[in-house]
Design a protein. Structure first.
Length: 360
């Protein structure tokens, strides 16, 4: 089957090229289920034998006057024309089923479902408490200075050698040191300062039972089918068209003088010399044919390939072994058969199949 597909692909390349050349070129009046393609028509040649000039002829000229005569001639007095004839449209009554209400849908609510679950919840979280540790005190005795050491002036008795009669004039002021004064006191002092320490109080939990949503509420889509009704209406089977009617031209006969033999020169020919040569001349140029019906790919199966191989072999074309495969030898034999029989090349068209005697 792979070889068959390759053969069809190769044939379709020719059609693809044609489609590029002529855009929007489609088969006229195609029928559903049938396949069409443009096929390659080969050039037609003929072998001609002709003589070619090898030595120019010479001549002697003698002038002969022209000859005239009266003749009847048909001339056109009114040219051909056309007229348009209107062909009315053809109608028929048909019953048609139309949609009066399109299909739709509605949404229906679907209730949620619930279930009971046990959960352990924390009543009081774990916390850390600070506990105060009091300071430690002790009693000590110490002396404290209540007045610092100083000096003061003290009056002394007068000097016995003083010359004044007034004894007060003989008093002597002496600067004496006054020692510091202390007092013994007892007091309580802090031996260690107050501190705090952390105490962890564990969390407290309790078990509760709750009703929770197992599936949330949703909606359900309910389809509502479309509604139809049958109506009867008149439709155009064949549209109105115009038909062109040819009106032939009108002629009349007239007499006129015509030259039946033009003036000429009488030439005494000295024949030229020729040689015979053979040439190949194009009789009819090939190219792409009009659209032709071809065998669809789904009908090119092993049985059909076997029929084609057998038909080619019976007509003297070697398709290779009858193996139901569209191989290289089968393709070459088929193309040779098409060329030698003036058939379109490149497709399994119906003309080719008919010439092979293969059903299509």
């Amino acid at each position: 089957m792979k070889q068959i597909s390759n053969f069809i692909f190769a044939f379709l390349l020719i059609t693809a090229f044609s489609n590029k050349v002529v855009a929007q070129d489609y088969p006229p009046n195609p029928e559903s289920g049938k396949c069409y393609a443009k096929c390659m028509i080969p050039d037609e040649y003929e072998n001609l034998t002709e003589e070619v000039l090898t030595k120019q002829a010479t001549q002697r000229l003698e002038i002969l006057p022209a000859q005239f005569e009266q003749v009847d001639e048909q001339i056109e007095v009114k040219g051909p024309s056309t007229r348009l004839e209107i062909i009315p449209a053809v109608y028929e009554t048909v019953t048609e089923r139309i949609e009066i209400k399109p299909a739709s849908f509605r949404l229906e609510p679907v209730e949620a479902t619930y279930k009971n679950v046990e959960s352990r919840i924390m009543v009081r979280p774990e916390e850390v408490k600070l506990i105060e540790v009091p300071a430690v005190y002790e009693t000590v005795t110490e002396q404290i200075e209540i007045s610092p050491a100083s000096t003061k002036w003290v009056k002394r008795k007068g000097d016995k050698n003083c010359l004044s009669q007034d004894p007060n004039d003989c008093l002597v002021w002496c600067l004496v040191e006054v020692p510091a004064q202390y007092e013994t006191v007892t007091k309580t002092i802090m031996k260690t300062a107050p501190t705090t320490r952390e105490s962890v109080v564990p969390a407290e939990y309790k078990t509760t039972k709750d009703r929770v949503v197992e599936t949330p509420p949703t909606t359900r889509r309910v389809e509502i089918p479309a509604e139809y009704k049958n109506i009867t209406k008149t439709v155009v089977v064949r549209p109105a068209e115009t038909k062109t009617i040819e009106i032939p031209a009108e002629y009349k006969n007239v007499k006129k003088t015509v030259m039946v033999k033009p003036a000429e020169t009488n030439v005494t020919e000295v024949p030229a010399q020729y040689r015979t040569v053979s040439n190949r001349r194009l009789v009819k140029a090939g190219g792409f044919s009009e659209w032709r019906e071809v065998l669809c790919q789904n009908k090119i199966n092993a049985v059909k390939v076997q029929e084609i191989q057998a038909a080619l072999k019976s007509r003297g074309y070697d398709p290779g072994p009858i193996d139901n495969v569209m191989g290289k030898m089968t393709k070459s034999a088929l193309v040779k058969f098409q060329k030698e029989n003036g058939l379109p090349i490149g497709q399994l068209d119906f003309d080719t199949l008919k010439a092979l005697g293969v059903n299509y």
